[in-house]
Design a binder for this molecule. Structure first.
Ligand SMILES: [Zn+2]
Length: 429
């Protein structure tokens, strides 16, 4: 099917009509018989790309599947997501990576790009099949033990050396386990003492970031810092970039807006790793995103079944949903961010970091048609029960967020129409 997207404001600037032919490619004139999508008053951006999504399949299909996660992604304006490797079994072989990639293609709503594990079973000891995963049909280029830190410097060094050969990147969950162990769940400070929660100090992140940028310099390879959460990490990354070291970084929507004082109610919805930080860190993260020290916003969408999340704070699982709300949170946290900058941090930069051809490209003839159309003035009150995700651990429930995804187009096909899944709409009408 071909499309005419009529009257969209390109990156919030000039008003244009966009034409998509039946191969899903932008062309410079309206194809015959094209369906018209009214985009007047809507901002057109390249489809969003998420560097950090947990889809839970295989292994925890009660919390999320590749299909439901893809639906949540499309509703959030995404056309590509990177699916983290900490599933069961772990994505540490070519077969496992190819399976995730195939299930993503079957769902057909976004490009699901598997992230390969750095080490076998995420055990932090032996390297996983990095080269075989890269040479598989899934063409894995991003590797991460996310959920766990590659804490052994020798293993991290070898992983960086290995992926350098094919232009891969290691995405690190920076958490020194000797400074912040598995129980650490609250930013270490006066509040963690008062609440009696195990502290997760910023330094546990910063020492790993500092070590890894030095390993990236030493090996001449590329490191990506997942979910940066402290001002100190920002300082290190800023220094490393100034030295010409190949480092990129992401921040989550929740670390741009939520602060550690939310933990006073012991609500496990706010339990996340790394933990919510004080306002000074939030301010530093916002500034770093604006000045380009942090390259990208990544959701760390982490669905959990009720029986894993609804516990006493110390026993609950880490993580929160994020795909459907990310754009609204970014707009709410940073109302002065231009639409060109939104496109940069949520589409262009993440596509470049992950090496995803065809994503994060200008909405111009010859390029694949991955587009999100956003109502910039809408205010949406989040309802966790209206989510496509199978999980409900949504920290934004009841909050008003700025802007709304109205239509999403993936490979020239409407996946979201008028704020709802296009396929579901077609079935019910
Ligand atoms: Zn992580």
């Amino acid at each position: 099917m071909s499309l005419v997207i009529k009257g969209a404001s390109l990156l919030g600037e000039e008003t244009v009509d966009l034409f998509v032919d039946d191969t899903g490619t932008f062309v410079d004139a309206a194809p015959a018989g094209a369906e018209t999508v009214d985009a007047s008053g809507l901002v057109a951006l390249p489809g969003l790309v998420d560097l950090h999504t947990h889809l839970r399949e295989p292994g925890r299909e009660d919390a999320e599947t590749i299909l439901t996660g893809s639906q949540a992604a499309a509703l959030g304006g995404y056309t590509a997501v990177l699916a983290m490797a900490n599933t069961s079994p772990v994505t540490d072989t070519a077969e496992a990576a190819t399976r995730v990639w195939e299930l993503g293609r079957e769902a057909g709503l976004v490009h699901v790009q598997p992230v390969g594990a750095v080490t076998r079973g995420l055990a932090g000891e032996e390297l996983a099949e990095l080269g075989l995963m890269h040479r598989s049909r899934a063409r894995v280029t991003v590797f991460s033990d996310d959920g766990k830190c590659v804490h052994d410097a020798r293993v991290m060094r070898r992983a960086l050396e290995y992926v350098k050969a094919f232009g891969g990147v290691v995405s690190q969950h920076s958490q020194d386990p000797s400074l912040a162990g598995p129980a650490a769940c609250c930013h270490e400070g006066e509040l963690s003492g008062r609440l009696g929660l195990p502290g997760w100090p910023g330094i546990a992140e910063e020492v790993v970031v500092a070590r890894d940028v030095m390993l990236a310099r030493h090996t001449g390879s590329r490191v990506h810092v997942a979910h940066v959460s402290t001002a100190g990490s920002v300082e290190v990354i800023r220094w490393a970039k100034a030295q010409g070291i190949s480092v990129t970084a992401e921040v989550t929507p929740h670390h741009l807006l939520l602060t550690t004082d939310l933990l006073t109610g012991y609500d496990p919805t706010y339990k996340v790793n790394p933990p919510l930080r004080p306002q000074e860190d939030v301010a530093a993260l916002r500034a770093a995103l604006l000045d380009g020290t942090i390259d990208a916003v990544a959701t760390d969408h982490a669905p959990h079944a009720r029986h894993d999340k609804e516990h006493a704070f110390v026993d609950a699982a880490f993580g929160m949903l994020g795909l459907e709300t990310a754009l609204g949170v970014v707009r709410t946290a940073l109302p002065d961010l231009s639409w060109a900058d939104v496109a940069r941090v949520m589409s262009v930069a993440p596509a470049r970091i992950a090496g995803l051809a065809g994503q994060g490209q200008p909405l111009a003839p010859g390029n694949p048609a991955h587009v999100v159309l956003v109502d910039p003035d809408a205010t949406v009150t989040v309802d966790r029960d209206a989510s496509a995700s199978l999980s409900r651990n949504n920290p934004w429930h009841g909050r008003a967020l700025t802007s709304q995804v109205v239509h999403t187009v993936y490979a020239g096909r409407l996946t979201v129409r008028d704020g709802a899944l296009a396929q579901a709409g077609a079935l019910s009408s």
